[in-house]
Design a protein around this ligand. Structure first.
Ligand code: CA
Length: 246
């Protein structure tokens, strides 16, 4: 079982950004991987979930493009395992199943973003670049800057988050979202502002991704003893970060 390395395309750019494509449909996988390689990325292509785990172990990916309909295993389960094994990787789900429940399940399983098939390659490339750009300090902040509110401490340059001195492991978008809210603490931010600043400057469409990230952020902060009510939902508008009472 498994063990088949389908494609290892080594990009031309001198970077160490390995993208893992998990797609069993060759009619989609072939043009997708060759486009990514032409763009200078190092690309690994898995046709099955088993291959995906094997390739990820060989070369930990910075970003995974994950088809949910795989022959050997449910893509949502694979997503959960990839998330657990590679906490800092960006996972973008590619799925023909546009139903909300699948999207929600994908995000609960740790995906950072999703695109429904059929998608246009330029759109996907723009999305990938936006995700990889955001691996540095969050937009509108400076590397080396540290935000401290109550028990919460965010080091923007190293993307480290602590609650009362204990590190909280956040996904890239959760970190960006928290940094954006904490940097503008006390101020209401609209859903559209958050989507465009944290996800994609040309975002249009569902903001369900945002709600999923807020709820997992609240859960992770609460697990570390932070009051989840510091992230206030403004119904029909957006969110606001309130500094906790001392
Ligand atoms: Ca498929």
């Amino acid at each position: 079982m498994g063990g088949l390395v389908r494609v290892i395309g080594v990009g031309t750019e001198a970077n160490d950004l390995t993208l893992l494509v998990v797609e069993d449909d060759e009619a989609i996988g072939r043009p997708l991987t060759s486009t990514l390689i032409a763009q200078g990325f190092d690309v690994l292509w898995a046709l099955t979930a088993a291959e995906a785990m094997e390739l990820a172990e060989m070369e930990p990916p910075v970003l995974v493009l994950l088809d949910l309909g795989l022959p050997d295993r449910d893509g949502v389960d694979l997503c959960r395992d990839l998330r657990a094994g590679y906490p800092s990787a960006v996972i973008v789900v590619l799925s023909a199943r546009a139903e909300d429940m699948d999207v929600v399940m994908g995000l609960e399983a740790g995906a950072d973003d999703y695109l429904t098939k059929p998608f246009r390659l330029p759109v996907l490339l723009a999305r990938i670049r936006a995700h990889l750009r955001r691996q540095g300090p969050p937009p509108g902040t400076t590397a080396g800057e540290v935000l401290t509110v109550g028990h919460l401490r965010l080091e923007l340059g190293t993307r480290r988050v602590e609650v009362t001195g204990k590190e909280v492991t956040l996904r890239p978008k959760e970190f960006d979202l928290l940094a954006r809210l904490v940097a503008g603490r006390g101020q209401a931010v609209t859903r559209e502002q958050l989507m465009s600043q944290v996800w994609d400057e040309h975002w249009s469409g569902s903001t369900k991704t945002l709600d999923m990230h807020v709820s997992s952020l609240r859960r992770k902060l609460a697990e570390h003893g932070e009051d989840p009510a510091t992230i206030v939902t403004l119904r029909g508008y957006g969110y606001r970060y309130d500094a906790p009472e001392d």
